[in-house]
Design a protein around this ligand. Structure first.
Ligand SMILES: [Zn+2]
Length: 109
């Protein structure tokens, strides 16, 4: 049994939440939403060198990030570029850090 309002768990036999005065629901309270739902892609490149630069900048700034598709570009080109994702709350900060990184490999003119 659990309270749908404050998500407190109750033993069998209780029918109302003592704190909220609302009817309890059967079962377990729902888990908190996993954090990855709020991830935002802030950097995307097919170039491993640019990717490494972006990673080192984020590490230097103490920004937590996750990597998608790392190392797969040669094996599964259809998956596209490697991506760096951060939590939406720090997406703007990450954008600012990464805005000057070249995303494309240098071209011979
Ligand atoms: Zn409650």
């Amino acid at each position: 049994m659990y309270c749908p309002k404050c998500l407190a768990e109750y033993r069998e036999g209780f029918t109302k939440c003592a704190d909220c005065d609302v009817e309890l629901l059967e079962g377990k309270p729902p888990e908190n939403e996993p954090a990855y739902i709020d991830l935002v892609t802030v950097f995307e490149t097919p170039d491993p060198a640019a990717f490494a630069v972006a990673e080192s900048l984020l590490q230097a700034a103490g920004v937590d990030y996750v990597v998608q598709n790392e190392g797969t570009e040669n094996i599964f080109p259809q998956l596209g570029a490697m991506q760096i994702q951060v939590h939406s709350a720090i997406a703007q900060k990450a954008h600012d850090i990464l805005k000057d990184v070249d995303k494309e490999p240098p071209h011979d003119e």
